[in-house]
Design a protein around this ligand. Sequence first.
Ligand SMILES: Cc1cc2nc3c(=O)[nH]c(=O)nc-3n(C[C@H](O)[C@H](O)[C@H](O)COP(=O)(O)OP(=O)(O)OC[C@H]3O[C@@H](n4cnc5c(N)ncnc54)[C@H](O)[C@@H]3O)c2cc1C
Ligand code: SF4
Ligand code: SF4
Length: 439
Amino acid sequence: MSIVRRINNVADVARWRLCSGCGACVPTCPEHAIHLVDIWDRGIRPVIDSANCSKCGECVKVCPGIAISHEPFNGQTISELRLSWGPVLEVWEGYAADPEICFRASSGGIATALSLFCVTEMRMSGVLHTGVDAENPLVNIPVFSRNREQLMSQTGSRYSPAAPCSGFGILEAVDSACVFVGKPCDVVALRKSQALEPRLDSKVGLAISIFCAGTPSSHGTKVLLDSLGVEPGDVAKLKYRGCGWPGMTTVKLKGTNGERREMSYEQSWGGILSRYVPLRCRLCPDSTGEFADISCGDPWYRSIEPSEPGQSLVLVRTEKGKEILKEAMRAGYVKLRRGDSYTVSASQPSLLKKRRQLWGRLLAMRMMQVPTPHFGGFSLFANWWCLSVSDKIRSVLGTLRRIILRKWTRPVKPSRKKCKMNKSQISIEKLVNSNCGEG
Ligand SMILES: Cc1cc2nc3c(=O)[nH]c(=O)nc-3n(C[C@H](O)[C@H](O)[C@H](O)COP(=O)(O)OP(=O)(O)OC[C@H]3O[C@@H](n4cnc5c(N)ncnc54)[C@H](O)[C@@H]3O)c2cc1C
Ligand code: SF4
Ligand code: SF4
């Protein structure tokens, strides 16, 4: 079934479960006809005001949900990493030299330390990234940080819906170049938007991506809170990880003398949150930020010593990224040593497995005439071919089974179980249990 026949705008992208919730379609719409809602058991999704939509199709042009394509890779990229991890010029491992950043951050604080370097030493205007809504600690919003204090207050991974691209208007409005930090799909949306909008293009000084296995819906966070015996309304602060490596998932309770509930990262991500990742994330070809200048994740290839400070695995993907990383090292913002290529696959076995299964998953969807995204330049068949025969068969049959059981041959129905989000501001209307997820 042709994707062109079924998908005319971003509401169709969302109906066919292909939206990753980046938010880029909102600032792109010339008629201001799109707003975002956080659908309780799916994630942040666009809603089109059909009375104002001129059917220009601009929203679809920036959407990473339905299409991602690579240009041919630069010959300088590391050949053994190209097949499964895209263009990589250099591999590094290390941490933020500022011990407070390193402690509070998710891994080694490289995303925050490089952002701070760009703002302080390269005189960039600020950093568009993801932060917590001051009025609701369970809700993520796009934030624009201009100094160390603001950056520090938003360190750490938020394993819940976040749409940093809905803040692209901020980048267009500031005077000079900025940093963008986001998930891989957010960075793809940035690149597509840059190609269409010269004003935005001139403001992107550096694009940093964090590695990403998938964004759990708000339902995941509710289940997490339930298992800690905490009501959403009693949460004063929720940190999914950080303050150590990987650090604990910590909930600070309102109206108490700093009472906390904690859970290990393994329990919270591995045991709970990863079960609430939607279909589009399970079809994601780019989990390591292949379109960013620099991307960073966890060097899980080795065991972590107790109380070891955080470390980041850093992939340099462009000449611009290489230059800025070198300057940040020279200026003492980051401490890095050269990493080996083998550490990438050894650190991220589940991301590698997902990349290898993807061709089989997409084949099953096409066989059942379910609309699929277009992914160009990811060598999906060659990756799939690396699987064992039984895993190849499983990647197709398992998806066929899910398509039938979960009724993916039909678009999702509009959900009434929403967390309301107004353009750049989200507020959770109600956190309710639901069993009508898309994934
Ligand atoms: C949904 C999700 C899935 C992840 N999956 C993996 C994985 O599979 N493998 C792996 O190694 N690491 C994963 N991580 C963790 C992350 O990639 C690493 O911790 C990365 O190394 C960043 O660490 P840091 O210490 O440099 O970042 P920090 O210095 O702590 O900075 C983190 C930056 O990320 C931004 N950010 C936080 N949450 C989000 C979000 N939801 N959307 C967009 N931006 C956000 C913050 O605004 C901040 O700028 C995931 C994180 C998230 C949010
Ligand atoms: S642009 Fe982003 S938020 Fe909009 S439909 Fe596409 S993936 Fe979803
Ligand atoms: S898994 Fe891919 S599509 Fe899903 S949030 Fe992460 S980068 Fe985006």
